[in-house]
Write a protein that binds this ligand. Structure first.
Ligand code: NAD
Ligand code: LMR
Length: 329
C-alpha cells in the first residue's frame, strides 16, 4: 500500500451496530495509521442504504484529515471496486426457530456473491476480514467464490476472543494487558473455541503455574468462550464497539505487522497442528511482511489436543453442511 494515494476500504453492513463503531475509527487513522488517507465504500442492503447515508453525513461532519471520500451503495461490484481492504460485517442473524443449516445457507447467499464481487473487482492485494457470523465458514464460502484471490487473503475474526482472553487473564493476575504474552485462540469463533494458556506468560512468568489448571478449566475457558452470549445477556444486544475494536486490531496488525507478540486470527489452514487443510480456523499467528504466518512448534498437550480437535470438528461439520448445499463451488 502506498501512503501517497488513498487506500480503498470497503465495509459491508455499514448501517449496523458494528459499522457505526468501526467507520469513525477507520476514518480517524486507527486502522491504517496516521499517514494513510482512506477512501470508504459502504455497502448495505437497499432498505438500509439511507441509514448508511446518514452515517456518511456524520463522517463528513467529523472533518477527518485522513478521510478522502465516502460512497454508499447497495452494489457489491461498486463497493469492492479497487478495494484493498474489505471488512465483511453484514450478515444474516439467526432468526427464531432457524436451523443451523438454514443460517449457513442464508449467509452463503450473502458471502458467495460478495466473494465473487471481490474476485472480479477488488485490488490484486486485497485483504478480507470476515466479521459476520458464522465468521469462519462465511470466510470459507467467500474464498471459494473467489478463485483468483489467494486463500490466505480471506480471514475470519477471532481477535475479539483473543482480546477477551488477554483481558480476563490480566484481571485475574492484577497485571497490565501489556504484560500478557503467548495467548492463543484455536478453532471456531463459537462456544467450541479453545482459549489456550499453555504457552502464556505474564511479566515473563509461565501463566499455568500462576493461575492453576482448575481456574483455567472451570472459569477462564467458559468465560472467554461464552463472553459473546454474556454481552448479549447483560447489554441486550451483541458486542459492537469491542468487535469493531478487534477488527481494527486485526487489520492494523496484518498490514503493519505484529509488534513483539503473537495474536490469534482465523486463517486458511495449511495443515498445521493437524487442522485439515483449507478450513478457516483460528491459530496463533504473526504478521510478517504483510502476511499472516502460523506460529510453529508450540507444545500441544493432551488437554489442548482434545479441545482443538472438538472445535475443528465443528468447523469441518459446517464445511460439510455448506458443501452438501452445493455452496462451495
Ligand atoms: P446489525 O444487525 O446491527 O448490522 C448488520 C448490518 O448488516 C445491517 O445493517 C444489515 O442491513 C446489513 N446487511 C445484511 N445483509 C447484508 C448484505 N448482503 N450486504 C450488506 N449489508 C448487509 O449487526 P452487528 O451487531 O453490526 O453485527 C454484524 C455481524 O457481526 C453479526 O453477524 C454478528 O453476529 C457478528 N459479530 C461477529 C463477531 C466476531 O467476533 N467475529 C463479534 C460480534 C458480532
Ligand atoms: C460475539 O462474540 O460477541 C458475537 O459473535 C456474539 C454473537 O452471537 O453475535
Amino acid at each position: 500500500m502506498t501512503e501517497a494515494s488513498p487506500v480503498t476500504v470497503a465495509v459491508t453492513g455499514a448501517a449496523g451496530q458494528i459499522g457505526y463503531a468501526l467507520l469513525f475509527r477507520i476514518a480517524s487513522g486507527a486502522m491504517l495509521g496516521p499517514d494513510t488517507r482512506v477512501r470508504l465504500r459502504l455497502l448495505e442492503v437497499p432498505s438500509a442504504v439511507r441509514a448508511a447515508e446518514g452515517t456518511a453525513l456524520e463522517l463528513s461532519d467529523c472533518a477527518f484529515a485522513l478521510l478522502d471520500s465516502v460512497d454508499v451503495t447497495d452494489s457489491p461490484a461498486t463497493a469492492f471496486d479497487g478495494a484493498e481492504v474489505a471488512l465483511l460485517v453484514g450478515a444474516r442473524p439467526r432468526g427464531a426457530g432457524m436451523e443451523r443449516a438454514e443460517l449457513l445457507e442464508a449467509n452463503a447467499g450473502i458471502f458467495g456473491p460478495q466473494g465473487r464481487a471481490i474476485n472480479d473487482n477488488a485490488a490484486d492485494g486485497v485483504r478480507v476480514l470476515v466479521v459476520g457470523n458464522p465468521a469462519n465458514t462465511n470466510a470459507l464460502i467467500a474464498a471459494a467464490s473467489a478463485p483468483d484471490v489467494p486463500r490466505e487473503r480471506f480471514t475470519a475474526m477471532t481477535r475479539l476472543d483473543h482480546n477477551r482472553a488477554v483481558a480476563q487473564l490480566a484481571a485475574k493476575l492484577g497485571c497490565a494487558v501489556t504484560d500478557v504474552d503467548g495467548v492463543t485462540i484455536w478453532g471456531n469463533h463459537s462456544a467450541s473455541q479453545y482459549p489456550d494458556l499453555t504457552n502464556a506468560t505474564a511479566g515473563g512468568q509461565p501463566v499455568p503455574s500462576l493461575v492453576g489448571q482448575d481456574w483455567i478449566e472451570s472459569e477462564f475457558i467458559p468465560r472467554v468462550a461464552r463472553r459473546g452470549a454474556e454481552i448479549i445477556d447483560v447489554r441486550g444486544a451483541s458486542s459492537a464497539a469491542s468487535a469493531a475494536s478487534a477488527a481494527i486490531d486485526h487489520v492494523r496488525d496484518w498490514v503493519r505487522g505484529t509488534p513483539d507478540r503473537w495474536t490469534s486470527a482465523g486463517v486458511a489452514s495449511d495443515g498445521s497442528y493437524g487442522v485439515p487443510e483449507g478450513l478457516v480456523s483460528s491459530f496463533p499467528v504473526r504478521s510478517v511482511d504483510g502476511r499472516w504466518e502460523v506460529v510453529q512448534g508450540l507444545p500441544v498437550p493432551e488437554f489442548s489436543r482434545e479441545r482443538i480437535d472438538a472445535s475443528v470438528a465443528e468447523l469441518a461439520a459446517e464445511r460439510d453442511a455448506v458443501r452438501e448445499l452445493g455452496l462451495l463451488g
